[in-house]
Design a protein around this ligand. Structure first.
Ligand SMILES: Nc1ncnc2c1ncn2[C@@H]1O[C@H](COP(=O)(O)OP(=O)(O)OP(=O)(O)O)[C@@H](O)[C@H]1O
Ligand code: SF4
Ligand SMILES: [Mg+2]
Length: 363
């Protein structure tokens, strides 16, 4: 078994809610509420979930761009949360981020060359002519002309700007890149080009990605494993292959059923998610998904017991009381008012044909 590059345990980020003239803390937005996962060298872990479920906050917390409220982050065996000052800056070199909006993430007053060079100088990787040469190589690596180094961000298209953002991240030779919806703001035709570029770079450089997306169809082509987030928690975590073949979590089933397929029968089978996700300032008790859940065995126990994220099949983790097996005893569920025993529910609307799936990782 390979050693993880990144190990995150019980990570939480709670933002204080203040009110009144004295700005007293009256509550908290539980943006990330206890997530645990590993990322292995060279692997892509996809993260999906609806808007506001905490994807960006989690990605930023891993880089400590947002300070976590609780939990641990180990990177390359080092306790990343314990680092300060110089040691923190030095370690940051190995963890980079690419943002959703490539325009606002680039300084409009700096040339592309200066932006890319910044990391090289800060981390003393190259200086002077060697740094300029490195910038030219990086631009070439992301499919841009070396002469673009003297131009400004506004002179480029969205796709080109995202390539510049990728070159900036690559400059410091990271091991892991958090890709926060890097193609969501781009035209569909350009999305595929940027995804192909990220995949080529991964192969060439052995990079690991935490790839955040709204849309399960984007991560299907990118990820080895996928984590499904809801209200700051992981609801399901498994290989991309298992997730698309046999999604166990009712929330994942609903997301998968919404991916358009050419078959009109399948469209009619779409599982509609009722209402909007609840506020992370007031998450529902028990299973946070229970107000919207379509599982036929959903009952009073779902509103009372927090389902543990448990291994339902080898390497297939899911947080649902009603998808067997579960370590939550039936007696305990009954004491919480349960009327329906756990029973496997796999609606056909959620099942996808195996043809278009990425290869399953060996682990
Ligand atoms: N600085 C902040 N202060 C207070 N609340 C915040 C802050 N940043 C994010 N939040 C809240 O935390 C929750 C998670 O936000 P986040 O941006 O991480 O979600 P997301 O999954 O990335 O959403 P999207 O898909 O729209 O990008 C939201 O309810 C958001 O309003
Ligand atoms: S625990 Fe209950 S409410 Fe939550 S997903 Fe499972 S069946 Fe649905
Ligand atoms: Mg986001």
């Amino acid at each position: 078994m390979t050693t993880p590059l990144l190990s995150v345990r019980n990570l939480a980020v709670h933002f204080p809610v203040r009110s009144g003239v004295f700005g007293r803390m009256t509550g908290a937005v539980r943006a990330v509420d206890g997530v645990s996962f590993d990322i292995f060298p060279g692997e892509t872990l996809g993260i999906v979930g609806e808007s506001g479920c905490g994807k960006t906050t989690m990605g930023r917390a891993i880089l400590r761009l947002v300070e976590p409220t609780a939990g641990s982050i180990h990177f390359d065996g080092v306790d990343f949360r314990a680092l300060k000052g110089k040691a923190l800056r030095a370690m940051r070199r190995h963890l980079q981020i690419i943002f959703q909006d490539p325009f606002s993430s680039l300084n409009p007053r700096l040339t592309v060359g200066t932006t890319i060079k910044e990391g090289l100088l800060v981390h003393r990787i190259a200086e002077g002519a060697a740094a300029d040469q490195r910038v030219a190589q990086l631009l070439d690596e992301v499919g841009l002309q070396a002469s673009y180094a003297t131009r400004y961000p506004h002179e480029f298209s969205g796709g080109q700007r995202q390539r510049i953002g990728i070159a900036r991240a690559l400059a410091v030779e990271p091991k892991l890149i958090v890709c926060d919806e890097p193609v969501s703001a781009l035209d569909v035709s350009v999305q595929a080009q940027v995804i192909n570029l990220l995949q080529d770079l991964q192969k060439r450089r052995g990079l690991a990605y935490l790839f955040i997306a709204h849309d399960l169809s984007v991560v299907e082509h990118m990820a080895n494993r996928v984590g499904v987030m809801y209200l700051g928690r992981f609801m399901e975590l498994t290989s991309a292959e298992a997730l698309y073949r046999e999604p166990l979590m009712p929330y994942t089933q609903a997301l998968l059923s919404a991916i358009p397929v050419p078959d009109p029968e399948r469209k009619r089978n779409r599982i509609v998610l009722a209402g909007d996700p609840p506020s992370p300032a007031h998450p529902p008790a028990g299973c946070v998904f229970h107000p919207r859940c379509h599982h036929p065995s959903r009952d009073a126990a779902c509103a009372a017991i927090v389902p543990p994220l448990e291994e339902k099949a080898p390497h297939h983790w899911c947080a649902c009381l009603k998808q067997p097996p579960t370590i939550v005893p039936w007696g305990e569920q009954q004491r919480a008012g349960a009327t329906h025993e756990p029973a496997r529910h796999l609606p056909s609307a959620a099942m996808h044909s195996a043809g278009s799936l990425p290869e399953s990782p060996a682990r």
